[in-house]
Design a protein around this ligand. Sequence first.
Ligand code: AMP
Ligand code: MG
Length: 490
Amino acid sequence: MADYSPSEDAPPAIGAFDNSYARLPSAFYVRIAPTKVAAPKLIKFNYALADELGLCPPHGHLAAIFAGNLIPSGAAPLAMAYAGHQFGGFSPQLGDGRAILLGEVIDKSGTRRDVQLKGSGPTPFSRRGDGRAALGPVLREYLISEAMHALGIPATRALAAVATGEQVRREGMLPGAVFTRVAASHVRVGTFQYFAARGDVASLKILADYVIDRHYPETRDAERPYLALLQAVSAAQAKLIAQWLHVGFIHGVMNTDNMAISGQTIDFGPCAFMDTYDPATVYSAIDEYGRYAYANQPRIANWNLARLAETLLPLIDEDTDKAIALATEVIEGFQTQYAARWVEGARAKLGLATVEDGDEALMNDLLVAMHKNQADFTNTFHNLGGDARSQFINPTEFDQWAIAYRARLSRDTLSPAERSAKMRQANPAYIPRNHRVEQALNAAIQRDDFTLFEELLTVLANPFDDQPDYARYSAPPEPSERVQNTFCGT
Ligand code: AMP
Ligand code: MG
């Protein structure tokens, strides 16, 4: 941390901003500063991430900067415009109602990253919302986005959490907080929909070119760059959703405004990991019909991509019929692409280096038996080379499956040591189990005690390592600890 002695009103320097989004036309955003909060107090700062970003905020000003009370020099605060389908219904204008993009920095690997405050006060997109965030959801996003990253799954990152010293009104009054997240970008499927809904093809083209430059430069030289862009976004989502399913992650609100064009997991609301394997699992209290249930996620991603495709049609070809035919081919190809990524992930989980046609069925047979026997998803896979059978109500049903599994292993090329190393990297010991997340959040909210939050962050930073001191974090919940519902808390 640099030493910093501020003159009265000079903005602090935290690093080199280069704000490409703020250079786009004014239709893309509204320039707006965060609203100051009463008493900022730093809860958590991610020093390792700050270092990766080349940020060096002055020590004494962390709380003020990441509460939005002090705007660092070079920042160009703005709220992004976007639209979106929420639970299937279209809203032509959503936008950052409680988030403000401070700006962009180029990280040490040369990648452009957004730094955004969430819960930093109202914007012209707030509608009836207060522009604020409660402490619980802020800590939840901090924990889960960092856990996803440690699991090797593309996700936005947590840079800071700051308590505001103010209360927010939700079901009752709750302590408020501001979250700082870092993303490859905050462009969403809904950003494209915003301009498409207005028939603004010129802006759509500017957005598409921006996204190509920032995320998918290899598509620029394709014969049809915008079709290639759709294909690239589709491929990134196929990979991402397969990764979600292989750790038991349920996003909970896969609205088109919550799907990032970059292929990162974004907008951690009522998201949760399942304990007992059940493909119909839904946690989100607002997902009445299970639209975003665990096993529906690939279908929903495909549906969202179809909405993206619709916005790109005028850029794909002047001849609408031709554009539709080309885009449809990409959208229909998603399922095949997803299935390929899923079976690759399944082979890694099973410890297979070779490819056989029966691998998909082998994995599915295990999952069916796990469902029937209420097996814990994480612990069954983590112990596949050991005592997985004890996860089953009727262990002999595991034994039956294991006959086929052993036969398959005997035809594979990996040595036992190689296999066990491969499986270790695909089958985590630790996930952010709901009851543990809930316990950590409750201690912070009710007792201002962040010990459990810190401990959980520590465990989840190395999810593939057996950590004997923290073995309790791998245990599924007792019946009394089971969490049935999660809430957005917005
Ligand atoms: P979400 O469900 O969090 O993805 O948000 C959907 C939309 O509601 C976005 O436009 C958000 O900016 C907006 N929103 C959510 N919570 C608030 C809030 N407390 N104040 C203002 N806008 C909000
Ligand atoms: Mg959202």
